[in-house]
Design a protein around this ligand. Structure first.
Ligand SMILES: [Fe+2]
Ligand SMILES: [Fe+2]
Length: 186
């Protein structure tokens, strides 16, 4: 199988065919010691934002899923798993730095449920359009945070990989939407 790669902006290329990268025990460490306060303040805010948005993303795909045995559902499960990976990534980084997730993230859990459920009720085209719209916002948000936050190298690579994944989601939903419009969808 050909590896799917995606280059997000100036970032190096990441293999977006890897939905859940390997994470070995020796990769965990406590972070932030000796970093300036202002750098830490921005890092904390950015990690909380990303963690909260990924909470929403998991729910969008989770609630877009139906029981039908379709290729779209297979791809939604794949995307959901990918978002669960992102959620784990940012949750781990928050705790490695000694922080906790945002206390108001439950509100985004609900937003994700609303987007997921209502797009599902409106049909396949709306499911795909919602995915494209939300992921486009996500890619822009990631770009802004990559630009404005002084990430540690390991966390930066994760943020870049996850941004590449979001771009990959856009491409997949676009391809499916075009196939649908051309009447070639399964
Ligand atoms: Fe994500
Ligand atoms: Fe995504």
């Amino acid at each position: 199988m050909v590896a799917e790669e995606h280059s997000a902006g100036r970032a190096p290329r990441y293999d977006i065919g890897i939905i859940r990268p390997e994470l070995r025990a020796d990769r965990f460490k406590l972070r932030g010691e000796g970093m300036p306060r202002e750098r830490l303040r921005k890092l904390k805010k950015a990690l909380r934002t990303l963690h909260t948005l990924e909470t929403m993303a998991v729910n969008i795909y989770r609630f877009q899923l139906t029981r039908k045995r379709t290729d779209l559902n297979r791809q939604l499960v794949t995307a959901m798993c990918n978002e669960m990976t992102h959620l784990q990534d940012f949750q781990v980084k928050l705790y490695e730095y000694g922080w906790t997730p945002s206390k108001v993230r439950w509100a985004y859990w609900i937003v994700g449920w609303v987007f997921g459920t209502f797009s599902r009720l409106m049909g396949v085209t709306r499911i795909l359009q919602t995915g494209i719209w939300v992921e486009t916002k996500a890619v822009d948000h990631y770009a802004e945070l990559l630009e404005t936050v002084d990430w540690d190298d390991e966390t930066r690579r994760i943020v870049e990989k996850n941004q590449a994944d979001e771009s990959g989601h856009i491409s997949r939903w676009r391809t499916l939407l075009e196939a649908r419009r051309a009447g070639t969808a399964a």
